[in-house]
Ligand binder design. Structure first.
Ligand code: KIV
Length: 266
């Protein structure tokens, strides 16, 4: 196991076949089909409107591209919070129809019965604590979590509880680095950090963030590993120009026909 060997786990989000294929070829350890697709792909303000159909549609596309990389698919808002039965049925759909290798759900002690029910059915569950975007309205916005003694203790208790309930890993989002390190030391299962410092067992980023594909607000914890957004915009503008001035398509991108054949067409 990576944690026991001290090997850090690299995770990224992906939502489509070709991006998943590139990540698979780059040797990324695991891909999350995050419900962040509500923001990154569908243009919603938050993740609350994302449906099971959205997750299945994108999950199966990613699974086709990820030949060796493990694929985790997010359980969308209200697909598991209601009760264990709903959690089980919907996790099962994400496996059967969405081709997920594992599912992820947000929350601690309050969703432990669901984690237990789903893992007991043989479906691996990744938990998600700290800033949990599906509860953004209850958390009072996108802020760092676990800064007070009470909040930090709650996150620690939740982390121990989701491990006990059967989660195989836990995402720690937007919590102080020293708290994430403490939790990582307390847990036998790996912690995957996003905005949680480098003391976690692994890291995850939303791929459009790390590729610089958004021109709006980017959280402090995001490192831009490439400026793909600028490269794409420049390529789109070049294409527009070449179409407009007739330099694209040139001979090299054009199919030929024998003049003899052509002569018989008039
Ligand atoms: O939906 C998502 O992309 C996530 C990551 C930010 C962990 O849950």
């Amino acid at each position: 196991m990576a944690k026991e060997e001290g090997r850090k786990i690299s995770m990224l989000t992906a939502y489509d076949y070709s991006t998943a294929k590139l990540m698979d070829e780059a040797g990324i350890d695991a891909i999350l089909v995050g419900d962040s697709l509500g923001n990154t792909i569908l243009g919603y303000e938050d993740t609350v409107s994302v449906t099971m159909e959205d997750m299945i549609h994108h999950g199966v596309a990613v699974a086709r591209g990820a030949k060796t990389t493990m694929v985790v698919v997010d359980m969308p808002f209200m697909s598991y919070q209601t009760n264990e039965y709903d959690a089980l049925v919907n996790a099962g759909r994400l496996m059967k129809e969405g081709r997920a290798g594992a599912v992820k759900l947000e929350g601690g002690r309050s969703v432990c019965p669901q984690i237990k029910a789903v893992t007991d059915a043989g479906i691996p569950v990744m938990a998600h604590l700290g800033l949990t975007p599906q509860s953004v309205n209850a958390l009072g916005g996108n802020r760092v979590q676990g800064k007070s003694v009470e909040d930090a203790r709650n996150i620690i208790e939740d982390a121990l509880a989701v491990q006990e309930a059967g989660a195989f890993a836990v995402v720690l989002e937007c919590i102080p680095a020293k708290l994430a390190t403490l939790i990582t030391k307390k847990l036998a299962i790996p912690t995957i950090g996003i905005g949680a410092g480098n003391g976690c067992d692994g890291q995850i980023l939303v791929y459009q963030d790390m590729l610089g594909m958004f021109s709006g607000y980017v959280p402090k914890f995001v490192k831009k590993f490439a400026d793909a957004g600028a490269i794409m915009k420049e390529a789109f503008a070049d294409y527009k120009k070449e179409v407009a001035d007739g330099t694209f398509p040139s001979e090299e991108h054009t199919f030929k026909i024998d003049d003899e054949v052509l002569g018989k067409l008039y």
